[in-house]
Design a protein around this ligand. Structure first.
Ligand code: GLN
Length: 378
């Protein structure tokens, strides 16, 4: 093999989006909005370009943006990160995740992940010689068995990766989940990678339980976040991570030789845009409306569901409709019915198939109506 990851196939997100395009299907597979980013934000990025923000930003990112992030985290979670050395702007959350794993995971280290797991975690661990230890979230509620987590933690455990709100299931970790994680990791050298890219998409009045809310957990955690998700521009590839300064210092050793810094005018534009907290505080309501509309439109379909608690994804269970393998069904629905989704088995060990498909509801009301019309006929 010429590659260091011989068994890794093309990510399901590219596969399904390509198939959707080929067959002109409604694309509720890969998670991205089909509506535009706020024109005000676009104008601010253009303004930054026109006013000279066209050379390197500092390695950790534009100072004003790091300050805006620190302010946001304090406002939402009452937690303090120092903009000088505890916050770094990255090329999307994906680059933050890859660099965190690359910085800390050595050969034979164990990394605990919860399945179904977002597909970028395992390859990053494998390429560093680490071993992922899977813990299956229990369908249909996708809850965590913390006794199992405790049993699987040992002296080789280097990292635990959590993701709340959780992609693909749409579940969220409760305060009690986070407290259990804090207890299990207390007095260990375990680093927690907390993927919180859907922090602003949380519903029914629930509060997002960021790792930074729990002091002992915060002391060992990287919190990873995404502007692309928050501000509806997944193509901009911009996100950030926060961690206590010793951890961030280690991260920077790699970050400086990976991307050095990311697109500067976008950083300045987002910094200006974030001066108005409404731009992120209004998001849960915005997305809850979409979720509610989508679920209301498909309530009489043959799919089974419990409402998504977070993320912009809704999982639908289809075992009463067909016993087909979820990957086959997702492809068939794209080609024959004109609607694309993501099969969950690709995120599980041994492609465990719970007969569940994931649909993205970050779409215009019109798209959601068209999608529902199709789903109601299946
Ligand atoms: N996070 C997006 C999703 O879950 C996909 C991102 C990507 O395609 N790399 O759909």
């Amino acid at each position: 093999h010429i590659s260091k990851l011989p068994n890794v196939e093309t990510t399901i997100f590219s596969v399904m989006s390509k198939l959707a395009k080929k067959h002109d299907a409604i694309n509720l597979s890969q998670g991205f909005p089909d509506f535009g980013s706020d024109q005000k934000l676009i104008d601010l990025v253009c303004k930054a370009m026109n006013s000279g923000y066209n050379q390197y930003a500092p390695m950790a990112g534009n100072q004003e943006l790091r300050e805006a992030i620190a302010k946001k985290i304090e406002l939402l979670y009452g937690s303090i990160y120092h903009p000088e050395n505890e916050i770094t702007i990255t090329a999307g959350a994906t680059q933050a995740i890859f660099t965190i794993i690359n910085t800390f995971v050595k050969p034979n280290d164990e990394v605990i992940i919860f399945r179904p797991a977002y597909d970028s975690y395992q390859p990053a661990v494998t390429i560093n010689g680490g071993k992922t230890i899977s813990i299956q979230l229990k369908a249909p509620s996708f809850s965590v068995d913390w006794v199992e987590v405790k049993q699987k933690v040992n002296s080789r455990t280097r990292m635990i990766i959590i993701n709340t709100p959780h992609n693909p299931s749409g579940t969220v970790f409760s305060k009690s989940d986070m407290l259990k994680l804090q207890e299990i990791t207390r007095n260990t050298n375990i680093i927690v990678l907390s993927d919180e890219v859907y922090e602003h998409m949380i519903y029914d009045g629930e509060k997002h339980q960021s790792a930074c809310l729990f002091p002992d957990l915060k002391s060992r955690s990287f919190v990873v976040a995404s502007f692309c998700k928050t501000f509806h521009n997944t193509g901009w590839r911009i996100g950030y991570c926060c961690a206590p300064k010793e951890l961030m210092k280690a991260f920077m050793q790699l970050h400086q030789f990976n991307v050095f810094c990311v697109h500067h005018p976008t950083q300045k534009g987002i910094a200006d845009y974030m001066q108005n907290p409404k731009h992120y505080l209004d998001l849960p309501e915005f997305y809850q409306k979409k979720r509610d509309l989508f679920l209301n439109l498909i309530k009489d379909s043959r799919f089974k569901f419990t409402p998504s608690k977070g993320t912009y994804f809704q999982v639908l269970e289809y075992s009463e409709i067909t016993q087909e393998y979820d990957v086959d069904l997702a492809k068939k629905l794209t080609i024959e019915s004109g609607i694309a989704s993501i099969p969950l088995s690709v995120f599980n060990d041994d492609n465990l198939d719970n007969k569940v498909l994931r649909f993205c509801f970050a779409k215009t009301d019109e798209t959601l109506k068209k999608a529902a019309d199709i789903l109601n006929t299946i």
